[in-house]
Design a binder for this molecule. Structure first.
Ligand code: DP6
Length: 328
């Protein structure tokens, strides 16, 4: 009745922004990401028929309110699927300091159903597990699988799932994260999705994404960093254009974000093939071949005077998996 899973964060090359169905996090479009080997969450779930409700501790701190409610919502769907009414003790720890300003929900909600179904002795395919991860946080469904992953938008719970495009070993693509700010964002992505449709640019972005998806799949198959990078930059700029022009307007960038965009373009002109992408926050993700990642780290340290703990060099990672060492 007890199992522990570990899962990594992921960085989207074509983003998930905007939902077709808020209740079950159906996206407006497919998205594509790389699962990372850093920024992991480890989660232990133990079902106990004597418990009257689920309990949750994150990094040792007991949770209540919204953070507990979000997990209980997913646990209720897991109980329905496994045909049980038992509640669970859940504990979760992140490999990165909460202060790192990195979202932990993708890794957390990928680890949760992986551990919970294993604790119940119910074996699901990674695709079906990804659907349960999606219920907690849309982007989490992509972290259930390793390497390059496409989240197929689908039309209902069963069809909106993540699928692997290529394993982690396919290409040594790194995401060097420059953590410019660790402040909590004013509008969480969970709420921001609702505004996407209010931007006059949203339909334009969706049209562009439909064109970019097959090109990105081909670029990944060909291990073509420049083609992948150009698409990733284009979609990050499209997504942030939608964010900035929605009602309300969401402006996630800081001055350093724009300086970072210019720096990446300068480094590229100087012969270092690297590309940027940006999530719902001010931090810059620099996409680069693993062998050249240390150069990006060095240049970022010099240009932005970032302390070592504010630069995370992450490589391709495996999907969510069971591990023997429980948290309690
Ligand atoms: C901008 O609703 O999955 O990162 O639950 O806050 O992790 P959280 O976010 P979610 O939206 C993620 C949006 C994004 C783009 C992406 O990862 O595709």
């Amino acid at each position: 009745m007890k199992a522990t899973a570990i899962a990594g964060a992921n960085i989207a090359l074509i983003k998930y922004w905007g939902r077709a169905d808020d209740r079950i996090n159906l996206p407006l479009t497919n998205s594509v990401s790389l699962t990372l080997d850093k920024l992991t969450t480890r989660t232990t779930v133990e079902f106990d028929t004597s418990l009257r409700s689920d309990t949750l501790a994150i990094n040792g701190a007991p949770q209540s309110g919204r953070s507990l409610a979000r997990v209980v919502g997913v646990m209720d769907r897991i109980r329905d699927r496994a045909k049980t009414t038992a509640h669970a003790r859940i504990a979760s720890t992140n490999s990165f300091a909460a202060a790192a300003g990195m979202a932990s929900s993708a890794s957390a909600f990928a680890a949760l159903p992986t551990a919970a179904f294993a604790a119940l002795g119910v074996r699901l395919s990674p695709e079906e597990l990804s659907a349960f991860a999606r219920l907690g946080s849309g982007s989490a469904c992509r972290s259930v699988l390793g390497g390059f992953v496409e989240w197929v938008a689908g039309t209902d719970h069963a069809t909106s799932v993540a699928q692997q495009i290529a394993p982690a070993s396919h290409m040594d693509l790194h995401d060097v994260v420059l953590v410019f700010s660790d402040e909590e964002k004013a509008v969480k992505s969970a709420e921001g999705h609702a505004f996407a449709k209010t931007s006059p640019l949203n339909l334009g972005r969706l049209t562009a994404v439909a064109d970019m998806l097959p090109r990105l799949r081909a670029a990944i198959a060909a291990r073509d960093l420049s083609a992948m990078g150009e698409i990733a930059e284009q979609d990050a700029l499209l997504m942030h254009s939608v964010m900035m022009t929605s009602s309300p307007s969401l402006a996630y960038w800081k001055a350093e974000t724009i300086e970072g965009i210019h720096a990446v373009r300068r480094w590229r002109a100087e012969g270092l093939p690297c590309y940027f992408t940006i999530d719902a926050g001010p931090n810059l993700h620099v996409l680069v071949e693993g062998s050249r990642a240390p150069e990006v780290v060095r240049r970022a340290r010099e240009t932005f005077r970032l302390p070592p703990e504010r630069i995370v060099d992450a490589g391709p990672g495996e999907g969510a998996r069971l591990v023997p060492d429980h948290l309690f």
